[in-house]
Write a protein that binds this ligand. Sequence first.
Ligand code: NAD
Length: 488
Amino acid sequence: MSLEQLGQQDKDILIDGVWSGAEERAEVRHPYEGAVVGSVPLVGADRVTEAIEAADAAVDASSLSAYDRYELLTAAADRVEDRLEEIAQIVTSEEGKPITEARNEVDRTAQTLRLSAEEAKRQFGEYVPMDPQKGMARDHCFTQREPLGVVAAITPFNFPIMLMAHKVGPALAAGNAVVGKPATDTPLSSIALFECLDEAAAEVGAPDGLINVVTGSGSTVGDVFLDHDAVEAISFTGSTAVGKYLADNSGMKEITLELGGNDPTIVWHDTDLESAAEQVVGGACSNGGQVCNSVERVLVEESIEDEFIEEVVDAAADITVGNPHNEDTDLGAMVTDDEFESTVELFEETLEQGARVEYGGNYGGDLGDRVFEPTVLSDVTPDMPAATEEVFGPVIPVIPVDSFEEAIEEANNTNYGLEAGLFTQDIDRAKQAADRIDAGGVNINTVSGFRTDHMPYGGFKDSGKGKEGIKYATKHFSREKLVGFHPG
Ligand code: NAD
């Protein structure tokens, strides 16, 4: 499907079963081509309040059984799969990632909905025997799981459809109503997900208002979510600054925060350097490096530094940069001028402080306005900007370390703690890293950026709070009630 066939994507918002626009609209631009590819309404606080109240009424009115919720989520997954190519082209058009990555994202979205559908059937409580307590042999208790009510889902630009599914799938599986708020730069594919969910909801007879999506300024929408008592949970993926603001102001609401990262990957001598280098480059360049758990810092054992850099340069040279709609493109354009400029700034500052370009280093100009080449840096010290900051671009700073102790210290030398990677064949070293790296996930023999949709996923320190992953998020979006039976 070509861009022309896709056509202009002017999407609306969904409140209480009705799709509608607004007087003010925000344009969505193609990151590589610069053209306007669509638009979405920019709504004010009143429409967000309307969506929350519709959702609140729908939870009360909903009599969907677990099986109905399974059917709803399965029907939505079917629709996402039927529209896979169309939605993937939308993802590439609004976000700039290569079409092959966009297809993978849409496929994972459908799988996330299927996993959520299965989880809807597993919302069990437990029998709690009372006889361990003296004189209570005739009493019985059990627990049951109930939905929280209204779950608000706020997502960032970089995986515009999948990250919304990570929240909405589990929230619906647990029996909640949802109000989604996608990123304003990349809202189109997320709204396509809500179109699929809306049709599926009608098919199973869900009440209007169970599924809503609004678009608008993050702070306007976010403040209404924070202030409205009917919002029982906020699930946020995005920057640490906004996450902290939400955490500070969310009072008694449940909150999940999936935030930034500055993930280390350690490469030790006892590993296949060619394979490690390929994975490092893949992990740093996927989605143009605009990934929370991408390879941000490579800590390499000093004795193999030169050999490893050669392998990384070879692997980086295999990356094809260009129009993200081309089938052979590995690296497209960065989402906005701001993201592009921030990468340029951190890269140039790091060079000024003495780092050396081993490969790449070109950006903009003939490559395309927001295109940044895969870039391998050596002579990087841990205090340089490319090492201390989350660089949301394809920059690979290689930092030598002369002992494993130093590698662990450097891995932890950050306020973030999302994920980490370690390449080694030594099981003791692997276990040490697992025990001592202060991050939500430690991946042995692969890079930091490992995530599947069902595994528990979430960072420590400034990288977040709470876990995603279908089972874990579904549990988080429900509450446990104790029911007691007594002899009377
Ligand atoms: P961002 O924080 O700027 O925006 C994220 C979302 O929050 C958007 O929808 C935005 O409109 C909204 N928002 C902005 N201000 C708000 C406010 N005051 N209240 C409520 N919502 C508000 O993030 P971004 O630039 O879109 O995304 C990049 C960041 O997201 C990076 O730091 C990246 O590491 C992080 N991220 C984390 C994960 C993870 O799973 N840990 C995944 C993807 C991205």
